[in-house]
Design a protein around this ligand. Sequence first.
Ligand code: TEU
Ligand code: CA
Length: 539
Amino acid sequence: MASKWWQQSVFYQIYPRSFQDSNNDGIGDIKGITARLSYLEKLGIDAIWLSPVFASPNVDNGYDVSDYCAIMPEFGTMADMEELIAAAKKAGIKIIMDLVVNHTSSEHPWFKKALAGDPHYKDYYIFRSDKNGLPNDLNSFFGGCAWEHLPATNEYYFHLFAKEQPDLNWENPAVRKEVWKIMNFWLQKGVGGFRLDVIELIGKIPDQKIIGDGPALHPYLQEMYREVLAGHDVVTIGETGSVTPLTAPLYTDPKRKELSMVFQFQHMALDEVAKTSKWNLKSLNVSELKTVLSRWQTDLPKEAWNSLFWSNHDQPRILSRWGNVADYPTKSSKMLAILLHLMRGTPFIYQGEELGMTNQYVDKISQLDDIESIHYYEEEKAKGSSEATIWQAINTKGRDNARTPMQWSNVPNAGFTGENVTPWYNLNPNYTTINAQTRLDDPESIFYTYQKLIQLRKKYPLIVWGDYDLLDTAENIFAYTRSYEGETWLICANFSDSKQAVSLPYAATETIITNYPHTYHHLNQLNLLPYETFVVKLA
Ligand code: TEU
Ligand code: CA
């Protein structure tokens, strides 16, 4: 397959509400992003995945869209958006829109007309009569029943997320045509592609309790390709919560003309008790992480393509989750960055990950913004769970952890908004020490590790195309090789806070990158320090 730009790119995800405020209303906005393009150019990224900026009542912070072809007034105007696309293009950065088309906001005109009884628009959604009671026991991902009762009209409508996010009926060709129109509208604006929110759900058949991977899912994606994507050199990234290395090629094999790549979440489930929920915590087993990530490196057919991420706006911050904030913040954040970015696939950096931003600590419901965490708190309180258990889970896995404002400097409000402004959401108090300014001033900071990893990816085709082989090492040693055109690199990490002896039957001719001031030659008697990580070229 001819190589694609998005296979050699590094993406950066921006959660616009929390990135940069430009008009001192305490809310991040599009002009703020444009003002920060030079920072992103310095980092070296090639594309921005922009979380939704469309008109929305913000029940789910933009993942509840009320007009797909208008900009949320708090974020600015369509002119601001056009300016961002143009300025980013000049900086060599593509803008990828976050398309949320499994559902709309209940404020969308389509849904309002449906509620008013318009039969054309009722068929845009999933309504069922209440004459036989609840259609079935399906639940929403945000807790509670997935069927919202409308007593006035003796019916229910279906929502897999909040009740303010009614699911669209993709079986209806008119709905699909509306989506193609929206996508073409944004392609004409010059965007570089789309991240497709919960796209695996669009083939759902609620009456048969089929939610993900419905029979019509791939036909819909092939229709999307025919109607919108064919002929455009754009990227599509599917958010597919239950995809496996076996099913991923169904989305990403170019011969199937569907998507470019998918976000898989198997590694993100390794610290939750299997088959329960994200809130049911268990500690990470590094062997399981090695197995899962390696499976995505080796079981994907060459023609399929992988995304690589630790963090996003739904996940806790990786340094708090699987790094070591207390004793080895810099070493462990560099270990995580190097381990992931030397793998095969397109890396995604989440805003603030390149600064080593961390989770925040909360212990009052007034400190929560995220609907998912608020529902969880209420449900657990109703069940009689202890506050300690609830807050332990929220502080560990709550989505608000990733949504505290970007920490630019050590002034009040961290340069995110004016010093005397009340930001829409509380900053993490550690912005006084963890911020872009301190990282840019420190040549040994995590920022420059990310910058170098991006430079290496551009310089060495081995990183993009090389074969991956996991080495058989002790549990806490994560070591693998990448081989390409006769050259082999070895990547080795001590994924622990204790010294680890490791013996690797290799000799190194060059140290590419490391998080300790060491160089590496014979690798057969190494005593790695906590989180010590290195990449070497093998003899
Ligand atoms: O997330 C879908 C999804 O998988 C989430 O329910 C995720 O499992 C959960 O947030 C993990 O804690 C997408 C968006 O990324 C998310 O922000 C939206 O809330 C959701 O869809 C509905 O649009
Ligand atoms: Ca603003």
